[in-house]
Design a protein around this ligand. Structure first.
Ligand code: UD1
Length: 427
């Protein structure tokens, strides 16, 4: 297995291109199931999760082709076409590898009137149930049974009638599944307390480009008037606000200055606020955002929350940065239980973090030191990279496959900024 070696202490400086957003791409791809016409997605990041999703769609008979990508380019253009669906079953092996596979349930049900999807099972960052996905679909008229580890859903003859559903807690994935199911319903559907993440707006924009009728885009109340059919579209995946925020933390911890080319300020207000509170200078430039260290880092107190709050997907990276702040920061994780698995690893590098339940107190230290470290999820792995960039000596990050799920050509981008980072094969 590959590992990434970082020799810390280099100041990051320069411009880094922000890739297409993984979490947006993973909800735009299943929209191909909603039409027999071609869907072309531009700016798709080159990531293991995207390859897995493509493979899953191929299993249903969706044809996919990739065009115009030179190896040195970031991003790809993919055209998908679901002329005829040959299967409506998402098997355990594929769903287990990638939880986002559950996002085929809504569009498959809408298009084919039935879908059988393996239950995703446990996950390293908490239990992550799918009950809200199922309840929303039931409210829209789907009949759902659970049997032998699978969700089997079907629509009454003539398709889903649509309905009204109020989410008891905000769920990104359940909002996405419900939206994709509702666009082809025979009637109107309403979602209350829907997620408002920029990736949901990206999904709505694509659906509208395909002919869907959605009101309230960007708000927590979405009204979807079902249409009989959707058509093809060409669409550009939004920039990855979490990748951009990760490089911002990396720049700040090394005392550097980095321009995040393509980052959108409106998606990143909570991250920018946290960086500003930490004393980091952030400025909108013509093509993105400039992030520059500005004296010693200051401590920050915040809780994760659904958008527009501070994203749980940025918690580990911000925590790594705050390890070297002057003073104690308090971070509270409100979205997922068990999302502090990076804490013991950061502490092994000399950080001083106390995590109890949902709260972590990060006592800033003057120095951290390189070590062999290993992480159990994507963002936790990135926090170790960020710490490694500021650590004295060498950090070896194991289980790089987590990073390959969500960071396009990480080591190349860090080298571009002057980091001393390399990937080596074997273990
Ligand atoms: C998505 C993102 C993930 C991010 C998360 C929160 C993708 C592919 N993944 O995950 O990176 O960390 O949003 O911003 O876009 N819940 C239930 N029942 C459900 C669904 C969710 O109780 O049926 C709970 C979860 O356990 C969690 C909370 O709702 O406590 C939010 O989860 P949700 O927004 O659904 O996360 P995902 O869509 O899985």
């Amino acid at each position: 297995m590959d590992k990434i070696i970082i020799r810390g202490g280099r100041r990051l400086s320069g411009t880094v291109p922000v890739s297409g957003a993984k979490n947006a791409a993973l909800t735009l791809l299943p929209c191909a199931l909603l039409t027999d016409e071609p869907l072309t997605l531009r700016n798709l990041p080159r990531l293991a999760d995207i390859d897995s999703f493509q493979h899953l769609l191929n299993q249903f008979g969706v044809s996919t082709s990739i065009a115009g990508a030179r190896p040195e380019d970031f991003g790809r253009v993919m055209t998908l076409q679901a002329t005829r669906l040959t299967s409506t079953v998402a098997p355990y092996d594929l769903v287990r590898k990638m939880r986002a596979s559950i996002l085929v349930l809504g569009p498959m049900l809408a298009r084919a009137g039935e879908a059988t999807v393996s239950l995703p099972g446990g996950c390293a960052i908490g239990n992550r149930p799918i009950d809200l996905h199922l309840k929303a679909l039931e409210a829209f008229g789907a009949v759902i049974e659970l049997a032998a580890g699978y969700v089997r859903a079907h629509a009454p003859d003539g398709g889903l009638p649509g309905g009204v559903y109020t989410f008891p807690v905000v769920s990104v994935g359940a909002t996405e599944n419900a939206l994709m199911a509702a666009v082809l319903a025979t009637g109107t559907s309403t979602l209350h307390n829907a997620a408002r993440e920029p990736e949901i707006v990206d999904l709505c924009n694509l659906l509208v480009a395909m002919g869907a009728q959605i009101e309230g885009i960007g708000t927590s109340q979405l009204v979807i008037h079902g249409v009989p059919r959707l058509h093809g579209a060409t669409y550009m995946v939004m920039p990855d606000r979490i990748e951009a925020g990760s490089y911002a933390c990396a720049a700040a911890i090394t005392g550097g200055d980095v321009t995040l080319a393509g980052a959108r300020i409106e998606d990143m207000a909570a991250t920018i606020q946290a960086l500003t509170e930490a004393g980091v200078h952030v400025e909108q430039t013509r093509g993105g955002l400039l992030v520059a260290a500005n004296g010693p880092l200051r401590p920050v107190t915040l809780s994760t929350a659904p958008f527009p709050g501070f994203a749980t997907d940025m918690q580990a990276q911000l925590m790594a940065m705050l390890c070297m702040a002057k003073g104690s920061s308090v971070l509270t994780e409100t979205i997922f239980e068990n999302r502090y698995m990076h804490v013991p690893e950061l502490n092994r590098m000399g950080a001083n973090i106390d995590a109890k339940g949902r709260t972590a107190i990060v006592h800033g230290v003057e120095r951290i030191a390189g070590a062999d470290v290993m992480a159990t999820d994507l963002r936790a792995s990135m926090s170790l990279i960020i710490a490694g960039l500021a650590a004295e000596g060498e950090t070896r990050v194991h289980r790089v496959y987590h990073l390959d799920r969500g960071y396009e050509r990480l080591e190349e981008k860090l080298v571009l900024l002057g980091g001393d980072v390399e990937r080596i094969g074997g273990d």
